[in-house]
Design a protein around this ligand. Structure first.
Ligand code: PEP
Length: 249
């Protein structure tokens, strides 16, 4: 089963309206492979979702960077999945390591969020990944399996989930995983899905890599058989994001 290449741009907590307009115009002018070949999703901060959605080319889509774990209500400062759906935002990033580590989001909380977002009709980029300490202790696979299990325990269909493997030590550090390191974990994650969900889910779920991907290293990573795309932070705010999208070819 073919897995369409997926490139996500996580803008994190960056940008002024002027900067956002500039990034959107670079994206709108970029020559990229057709949407039959690559699915592109950019994720601005909540405040800019409307602006980006209304000005972005129609073949690219928009994701929120988070949403609340259940139905909206008395949760000051939160944004609900229902609100995103009402705004016409199709995707949400959940479980990013910055939220897991800085805001103490547990595996179970992230799993609950994924299940709730899916139940409301959102598509989810679900992030997993180990810290440097965990990698050095040899527990990479245990960590990402536990993070993935907390999702698998709560969802029955994976057709609206893209799994992002993002080693924490590679995020925003300029220290990219080698293609072999990325392939090894992606292969193991796919094996885990095979054993714990179904062969069909394992074959169809896109597993994308994130962590210091840029225009120079994307080709080699994209050539790995189990790397189905990227989640890009820093470089998604730069014109080289177009080169990363082109690595789908
Ligand atoms: C990210 O934040 O998801 C990410 C991968 O960041 P960067 O590309 O900057 O390492």
């Amino acid at each position: 089963m073919g897995r369409k290449f997926f490139v996500g741009g996580n803008w994190k907590c960056n940008g002024t309206p002027e900067e956002v307009k500039k990034i959107v115009s670079v994206l709108n002018e970029g020559q990229v492979p057709s949407s039959d070949v690559v699915e592109v999703v950019v994720s601005p901060p909540f405040l800019f979702l409307g602006l980006v959605k209304s000005s972005l080319r129609p073949d690219f889509h928009v994701a929120a960077q988070n949403c609340w774990v259940k139905k909206g209500g008395a949760f000051t400062g939160e944004i609900s999945a229902e609100m995103l759906v009402n705004l016409g935002i199709p995707w949400v990033i959940l479980g990013h390591s910055e939220r897991r580590l800085i805001l103490n989001e547990s595996n179970e909380f992230v799993g609950d969020k994924v299940a709730y977002a899916l139940s409301q009709g959102l598509k989810v980029i679900a992030c997993v990944g180990e810290t440097l300490e965990q990698r050095e202790a040899g527990s990479t696979m245990d960590v990402v399996a536990a993070q993935t299990k907390a999702i698998a325990d709560r969802v029955s269909s994976w057709s609206n989930i893209v799994l992002a493997y993002e080693p924490v030590w590679a995020i925003g550090t300029g220290k990219v995983a080698t293609p072999a390191q990325a392939q090894e974990v992606h292969f193991e994650l796919r094996k885990w899905l095979f054993a714990n969900t179904s062969p069909e889910i394992a074959a169809a779920t896109r597993i994308i890599y994130g962590g210091s991907v840029n225009g120079a290293n994307c080709k080699e990573l994209a050539a790995q058989p189990d790397v189905d795309g990227f989640l890009v932070g820093g470089a998604s705010l730069k014109p080289e994001f177009i080169d990363i999208i082109k690595s789908a070819e």
